[in-house]
Design a protein around this ligand. Structure first.
Ligand code: LLP
Length: 422
């Protein structure tokens, strides 16, 4: 459930008509609902209530505006970060270091130093070379780096090829078959304290079975490592629970079902449980709102040309992803329908959001909204075609605030430097 509903004939974010925001900030823009963000975070938090100790670390790669981080942080969330930039953002938003976990296959020495100096809950280490470097950096700073080791359980998450991460050919984690020797090596290195196991098998999973398969392997590994003398006290079980992108689709499992599955598979081990959800927290908490520029008659189709483009929301072009696209004026029963290819202004055919999409007939100048755009939307946008990054707006009840303004053309072009010798 989200808080983007039609009221009095107009689509609202909570109690604010989207048309009112459009009039204030211009189009296109991203808009997020605080109530939805908090609701989704709480669903995960409650789903792990059975565990004595747990932390929901929001995967901030899905939506990293500091206002969103502060909102979730104040509600008790930790953060899963994957770069020095994300670490700095989380800290700037007030997230304490002991609630930040650092993931990713390519952490640099600078990033390790930054997190060790600033405070970190744990590094999720993904390889032996990374482990050696972290040991060296921690030793040089005279601190101990708490680590889990990410294992690759060789489980197919049955999701989009580009976002599956737990099969043996994927670049993530260490092969679970080599876990014994890698944990032994970690235990022998100075500056590291091994506290647990990490696993993340992919994103947009709509079935719990791959999670079950992976978590059962983690449970067996925990037992084996404990027998070897390692103290395994924390399990980081990653993110990945999917959302319904098309209202017509079957809804994926609920966070409560996912929480039960975690309890069934690893609950008996008495470990502290961490999870790293991104999309399910932020996805349906955000929409992209755009304006129709032209409706163009093609040879065999109508093109709805809007002012948002693939640089603003790249998911359809990059993953062939579906987003429900809806008019901002509530369709009335029996209203005329039309079929469109919905496209942006960018100079390539890949700049297409949807093909043969049936919508209530739209007029030029009308607003349309993309649902489920809160995750991997604004964060993946670019300035391709020198199009300014679009504003982000946060709504709470009947109030809204711009949480990232639209840059001016000068802001963008003044970043370039023309060398004196040209
Ligand atoms: N933890 C780790 C280590 C991850 O790599 C990810 C996502 C997550 C947690 C959060 O997964 P989520 O709960 O959001 O599924 N850009 C793609 C998605 C990339 C996901 C990358 N990793 C998209 O737009 O679908």
């Amino acid at each position: 459930m989200d808080h983007f509903l039609y009221k009095n004939g107009a689509l609202h974010a909570e109690d604010v008509p989207l048309a009112e925001i459009a009039a204030a900030v211009g189009t296109p823009f991203y808009v997020y609902s605080t109530a939805t963000l908090l609701r989704h975070f709480k669903l995960f938090d409650d789903a792990l209530n059975w565990a004595d100790d747990h932390l929901v670390c929001f995967a901030m790669k899905s939506a990293s505006n500091q206002a969103i981080l502060k909102l979730l942080g104040d509600a008790g969330a930790g953060m899963d970060v994957v770069s020095g930039g994300e670490y700095a953002r989380a800290r700037a938003a007030g997230i304490p270091g002991d609630r930040i976990v650092f993931s990713g296959v390519g952490k640099t020495r600078d990033e390790m130093r930054q997190a060790l100096n600033g405070g970190i809950r744990q590094f999720n280490v993904e390889s032996e070379p990374e482990m050696r470097v972290l040991s060296e950096i921690a030793t040089s700073l005279d601190v101990i780096a708490p680590i889990t080791i990410r294992v690759n359980p060789d489980v197919d998450a049955k999701t989009n090829e580009k976002i599956a991460t737990g099969r043996k050919g994927d670049k993530f984690g260490i092969p679970i078959s080599r876990a014994r020797e890698v944990y032994a090596m970690a235990a022998s290195l100075p500056g590291l304290k091994v506290i647990g196991i990490d696993v993340h098998i992919g994103s947009q999973l709509t079935d719990l079975e791959p999670f079950r398969a992976a978590y059962e392997k983690v449970a067996n590994l925990t037992k084996m490592l404990r027998e070897e003398g390692h103290e395994i006290t924390r399990l980081d079980l990653g993110g990945g629970l999917g959302i319904p992108y098309a209202r017509s689709n079957l809804a994926p499992p609920l966070p409560s079902d996912y929480g039960k599955l975690i309890q069934e598979t690893v609950g008996h081990l008495g470990c502290e449980i961490e999870i790293e959800p991104g999309r399910l927290v932020s996805g349906n908490a955000g929409m992209l709102v755009a304006q129709t520029i032209y409706i163009k008659e093609g040879e065999d189709r109508k093109f709805l040309i809007i002012d948002a483009a693939m640089n603003d929301l790249i998911r359809p072009a990059m993953y062939g992803a579906h987003h429900d696209i809806v008019p901002i004026i509530e369709p009335t029963p029996g209203m005329e329908l039309a079929t469109y290819d919905i496209v942006g202004p960018i100079c390539e055919s890949g700049d297409t959001f949807a093909k043969h999409r049936e919508l209530p007939a739209i007029k030029e100048g009308e607003l349309v909204g993309f649902r489920s755009a809160g995750a991997y939307g604004a964060v993946m946008s670019s300035e391709y075609n020198t199009r300014p990054l679009i504003p982000e707006v946060l709504v709470q009840g009947d109030q809204f605030a711009v949480i990232r303004p639209r840059p001016t053309f000068d802001d963008i072009i003044n970043r370039d430097t023309i060398p004196e010798w040209l």
